[in-house]
Design a protein. Structure first.
Length: 378
């Protein structure tokens, strides 16, 4: 049956008196063979009465007891398990599921091979096509992504920006422009378009770095120093980038500790653009979060779905609870769809909506018609 009995960990195999444990599987490609291997291991463990098998995780978990009518089915990172009694016979049901897994694995392998082939071609500046010279000229002239690398005004982050430039600058010749996004509210004087506030030593340092490098996006309206304000910074970056780079197909944000595999990402973004055009499109992953308008910060993050996020409004969730009592929920807005993860990007169609809605951007995100999850961050 699909699902698993309970959480386990490798190495905790006390077969004489324990209640559960786990062994790593040698067989990770064929479910039937993996189930038979797991049942053989179970036969040598005195307390083992049930096993849960997941080939993709290489996991053979055993249990002294298990309610087969209430198996757990993970929605994200814990999934793909099948559970058997220790005396079970591997039958046609497993054969059918095994065929499904094999087909899925073959599709993934074909997709991975195609992405790798395209990535190698892009890395070498080649576009495998009958009209290769024309395609290459088109690719060199188009701005695919304006990327904001989230940063803050500190010495460690200044050092990080120095070595990140070694990776990012060469990509500017292949359809990507980047800026380090820093909130400057209350830090110092910058060009009039970005506001003017009282000068400090740190602001002077940012001004000198901007003069030397020219790759900072200094957002006077954005606060730094708390993850509760990250969304504020990202939203202001999206609005700023849409004005500064109107020809960009996508505008995105990335965390400074994430490594972007640009050939793969570019191939995915161009494919999405060709398929969807200016239809509102988010490339990334959505969760749900609530907002406190009177404090200008987010709270109760992050629900896997709207109802989950509603339950987190009074809980010790990420970004903190939204209210201490149910009476306090009257001042809470949301929950809203929340782009989550180390990277995401919005296409021109969605950006135009955001620019019109401005601070209503998070209402726009829950109306997105299509989104994809990326596997481009190592």
């Amino acid at each position: 049956m699909e699902g698993y009995c309970a959480a386990t960990r490798f190495g905790a195999n006390k077969c004489q008196r324990g209640s559960s444990g786990a062994w790593p599987l040698r067989e990770t490609t064929d479910l039937k063979a993996a189930a038979e291997e797991c049942l053989r291991r179970c036969a040598g463990c005195a307390r083992c009465k049930y096993v849960s098998v997941a080939t993709e995780r290489g996991d053979c978990s055993w249990f002294a007891s298990c309610d087969m009518s209430r198996l757990k089915r993970g929605k994200r990172d814990v999934s793909g398990f099948v559970t058997f009694a220790a005396n079970a016979t591997i039958g046609t049901t497993v054969d059918g599921r095994n065929k499904v897994l094999q087909r899925r694995r073959r599709r993934e392998e074909r997709h991975r091979a195609a992405v790798n082939k395209a990535g190698e071609a892009l890395q070498g500046g080649r576009v495998p096509d009958d009209h290769e010279p024309l395609q290459r000229q088109w690719r060199q002239n188009i701005l695919v992504l304006a990327l904001g690398v989230l940063s803050v005004d500190s010495k460690p982050e200044a050092a990080r920006r120095t070595y990140l430039r070694q990776t990012l600058r060469p990509l500017s010749r292949s359809g990507l422009v980047y800026k380090f996004v820093i909130g400057t509210r209350g830090t110092g004087p910058f060009p009039p378009a970005q506001g003017a506030v009282r000068e400090t030593a740190t602001a002077a340092g940012l001004s000198r770095e901007q003069a030397r490098q020219g790759d900072l996006a200094l957002l006077a309206g954005s606060r730094d120093g708390s993850k509760s304000y990250t969304c504020e910074k990202v939203l202001l970056w999206l609005l700023h980038a849409r004005r500064e780079y109107p020809a960009a197909l996508f505008v995105g944000k990335v965390d400074p500790d994430a490594f972007i595999v640009w050939p793969r990402l570019r191939s995915l973004l161009e494919t999405a653009h060709a398929a969807r055009g200016n239809t509102q499109l988010l490339v990334g992953y959505l969760e749900w979060v609530s907002y406190l308008p009177d404090e200008g910060r987010f709270c109760g993050c992050c629900g896997y779905f709207r109802e989950h996020a509603t339950g987190l409004q009074l809980a010790r969730a990420n970004f903190g609870p939204c209210a201490k009592t149910r009476d306090g929920l009257a001042r809470v807005a949301g929950p809203f769809a929340y782009p989550q993860g180390a990277f995401y990007a919005l296409n021109a169609g969605l950006l135009d909506w955001v620019c019109i809605a401005r601070l209503g951007a998070f209402y726009a995100l829950k109306k997105i018609t299509y989104y994809v999850t990326l596997d481009i961050i190592n």
